[in-house]
Design a protein around this ligand. Structure first.
Ligand code: G1P
Ligand code: ZN
Length: 542
C-alpha cells in the first residue's frame, strides 16, 4: 500500500556539487533521507514507468537507505529499479549501469573519500540519464523543493532481498538485483589491452592495489586478480566495510600510507595504486616514485593512444582550474583543445557529452574519460598498466621522459581543515578585496603578473560560473590558487594550490618542497593564512 507521510522541511538540505553529504546521525533523523529522496523525485519530470539505478559504496546506512529508495521509487511510479547486489555499486559502475540500461537516472549513496561509520559521513547524489551528476538547474530545483516539502510517498512493504541476484516485484514496480561488477569489468576489457597486461604480469611484473576497505574491493579482485592473472593478495583491504576499517578512504599520501610505505620499501612492487570510498579516485605510485595526479593526467593523455579504446586519439583534454598546467603542454603538442573548468566533475560531463573532450582530470586524484560520466579510479589504473605493458619502462622512467619532453610542473596542495566558517569567509573576502592591487607587487614568490577570481563560461551552453577560486599568477608562470572546499562536512576547508613550472632544460630533479618553498611563503604573505585561521601549518599536504 502506498503511504503519504506528512513531513516538515529541513532547512539545510541544499545538495552541494557532489550531492547531499551529512553526518550519519543527521540522515538518521526521522524522515530526513525520505525528504531528500522525495525532493529529488519531485524535481524530475517524466520518470513514470522508467528505470532508476541505485547502489552505494557500502558505507554505514547504505542498506537502510537503499530499502527506503526502493520503496519510495515504487510509490512514486518508477517502473523498474536496478540495484547492485548487496547494495554495492562503485560510482563509475553506477554511471555505466545508468547509461547501458537506458535508465532515467540513478541515486548513488556515498560520501566519497570521507570516513564512514555511525559517527561519520553519509551522502546521496542524483545522477541523470547520461550517467553524470545532476546539473545545477536540477540540484537547485532539489534544494528549493526540500525547503517546502510537506509529504513523501513510500510503499508499505517488507524489505527487498538485495543479496540475491534476481528479479522481484514490488507493487507495480520490478526490482532487479544485478551483479555490480561484471558489466563494468567487461567495459574495462573493451577499452584496454588485457592480453598485453596479462602477459606483462605473467612475465613477473608486480603490482599492489589498495581498495582501502571500500567499494573497489570486488572490482579489483575480479579485474586484477581474476581477469589479469595477478596473484591473490595483489588487492589489499579488498573487503568493503561499513566503517572502512576506521580508515579515511582517501587515496592520498597521508591516508594511503600503508600502500605508500610498501611502494617505498626495498622490495616494492613495480606499480602501486589505490582508490577511494566510492571508487572514482585514484592514486598512482611507481616503485619508489610517486606520481602527482596532475602529472598522471598529463602522462595518460600523452600516451592514451597506446590503449585500444583510445587509438584514434583524443578530441580534447579537460582539467579543473586548480589542476596543474602539465596537461596543457600535452594538449598543445597533440594539437587538441585544452579546457580549464571549475572544480567538480559535472563541468566535464558537458564537454564529454558534446564530444569536445576525451580525457579529463583533477588534481584531487580524479581522472576519467568519455567511457562514463564520472571519474574512474580503476580505469586510470588500467590505462597506466596498458601504457606500461606497451612501453616496457618503469613508472620512474616514464616520468623522467615526460618531464624531459614537456618540462615539469612542481605541485602541491595544502589543506587547512575545520576552520570556523566565518574566519574562512573573511580570509577569502580579504583576498578578493586585494585582487586589484596585487598585480605588479612583489613577494617571496616573485612579481605578481595577474590576480583574479576564476569564472568559467561553459562552451556547450554558455552558462557562467563565477567565484570559482582566486588565482595569483607570477611573471615566471608560477601560480598560487585559493579556494574553499565544497565537500567538507566540518566547518570550512581552505585549499591552497601551489605550482611552479620548470622547462625541459631547467632543474627537473628538485624535491617538491624545495621547489615550492618561495611560493608557499608567498601564499602566507598574500592571504595571512595563519592570522585568519590560527593555524601555522596545513592539516594535510598532498
Ligand atoms: C573535492 C575535490 C574536487 C572533487 C570533489 C568531488 O572538492 O577538490 O576536485 O571534484 O571533491 O570528489 P572540494 O572539497 O575541493 O570542493
Ligand atoms: Zn569518490
Amino acid at each position: 500500500m502506498i503511504q503519504t507521510v506528512s513531513t516538515m522541511p529541513f532547512n539545510d538540505q541544499k545538495p552541494g556539487t557532489s550531492g547531499l553529504r551529512k553526518k550519519v546521525r543527521v540522515f538518521q533523523q526521522p524522515h530526513y533521507a525520505e525528504n531528500f529522496v522525495q525532493s529529488v523525485f519531485d524535481s524530475l519530470d517524466g520518470f513514470a514507468g522508467q528505470t532508476l539505478v541505485v547502489g552505494g559504496d557500502g558505507r554505514y546506512l547504505n542498506r537502510e537507505v537503499i530499502q527506503i529508495v526502493i520503496k519510495m521509487a515504487a510509490a512514486n511510479g518508477f517502473g523498474r529499479v536496478l540495484v547492485g547486489q548487496g547494495g554495492i555499486l562503485s560510482t563509475p559502475a553506477a554511471s555505466h549501469l545508468i547509461r547501458s540500461s537506458g535508465a532515467f537516472g540513478g541515486l548513488i549513496l556515498s560520501a566519497s573519500h570521507n570516513p564512514g561509520g555511525p559517527d561519520e559521513d553519509f551522502g546521496i547524489k542524483y545522477n541523470i540519464g547520461n550517467g553524470g551528476p545532476a546539473p545545477e538547474k536540477v540540484t537547485d530545483a532539489i534544494a528549493a523543493r526540500s525547503l517546502v516539502i510537506d509529504s513523501y510517498k513510500i510503499l508499505e512493504a517488507a524489505d527487498v532481498d538485495i543479496d540475491m541476484i534476481g528479479t522481484a516485484q514490488l507493487a507495480a514496480m520490478t526490482v532487479e538485483v544485478v551483479d555490480p561488477v561484471a558489466l563494468y569489468a567487461d567495459l574495462m576489457e573493451s577499452l584496454f589491452d588485457f592480453p598485453a597486461i596479462r602477459a606483462q604480469i605473467a612475465g613477473g611484473f608486480t603490482l599492489a592495489f589498495d581498495s582501502m576497505s571500500a567499494v573497489t574491493g570486488p572490482y579489483a579482485v575480479e579485474i586484477f586478480e581474476r581477469r589479469l592473472g595477478a596473484p591473490a593478495g595483489t588487492v589489499m583491504n579488498g573487503t568493503p566495510l561499513p566503517d572502512f576499517g576506521h580508515h579515511h578512504p582517501d587515496p592520498n599520501l597521508v591516508h594511503a600510507k600503508q600502500l605508500y610505505d610498501r611502494m617505498m620499501a626495498a622490495d616494492a612492487p613495480d606499480f602501486g595504486a589505490a582508490s577511494d570510498g566510492d571508487g572514482d579516485r585514484n592514486l598512482i605510485i611507481g616503485r619508489h616514485s610517486y606520481v602527482t595526479p596532475s602529472d598522471s593526467l598529463a602522462v595518460l593523455a600523452a600516451n592514451a593512444h597506446l590503449a585500444p579504446g583510445y587509438k584514434g586519439g583524443l578530441k580534447g583534454i579537460a582539467r579543473s582550474m586548480p589542476t596543474s598546467g602539465a596537461a596543457d603542454r600535452v594538449a598543445e603538442k597533440l594539437g587538441v583543445p585544452l579546457y580549464e573548468t571549475p572544480t567538480g566533475w559535472k563541468f566535464f560531463g558537458n564537454l564529454l557529452d558534446a564530444g569536445m573532450a576525451t580525457i579529463c582530470g583533477e588534481e584531487s586524484a580524479g581522472t576519467g574519460s568519455d567511457h562514463v560520466r564520472e571519474k574512474d579510479g580503476i580505469w586510470a589504473v588500467l590505462l597506466w598498466l596498458n601504457i606500461l605493458a606497451v612501453r616496457q619502462q618503469s613508472v620512474a622512467a616514464i616520468m623522467t621522459d615526460h618531464w624531459a619532453t614537456y618540462g615539469r610542473n612542481y605541485y602541491a596542495r595544502h589543506d587547512y581543515e575545520a576552520i570556523a566558517k566565518d574566519r574562512a569567509d573573511t580570509l577569502m573576502a580579504a583576498l578578493r578585496d586585494s585582487l586589484a592591487t596585487l598585480p605588479g607587487t612583489s613577494n617571496s614568490g616573485g612579481t605578481v603578473k595577474s590576480a583574479d577570481d576564476f569564472a568559467y563560461t561553459d562552451p556547450t551552453d554558455q552558462s557562467v560560473s563565477r567565484n570559482q577560486g582566486i588565482r595569483i599568477l607570477f611573471e615566471d608562470g608560477s601560480r598560487v590558487v585559493f579556494r574553499l572546499s565544497g565537500t567538507g562536512t566540518e566547518g570550512a576547508t581552505l585549499r591552497v594550490y601551489i605550482e611552479r613550472y620548470v622547462g625541459p632544460d631547467g632543474d627537473l630533479g628538485l624535491e617538491t618542497g624545495d621547489a615550492l618553498a618561495p611560493l608557499i611563503a608567498a601564499a602566507q604573505e598574500v592571504a595571512d593564512i595563519s592570522g585568519h585561521t590560527g593555524m601555522d601549518k596545513p592539516s594535510v599536504i598532498t
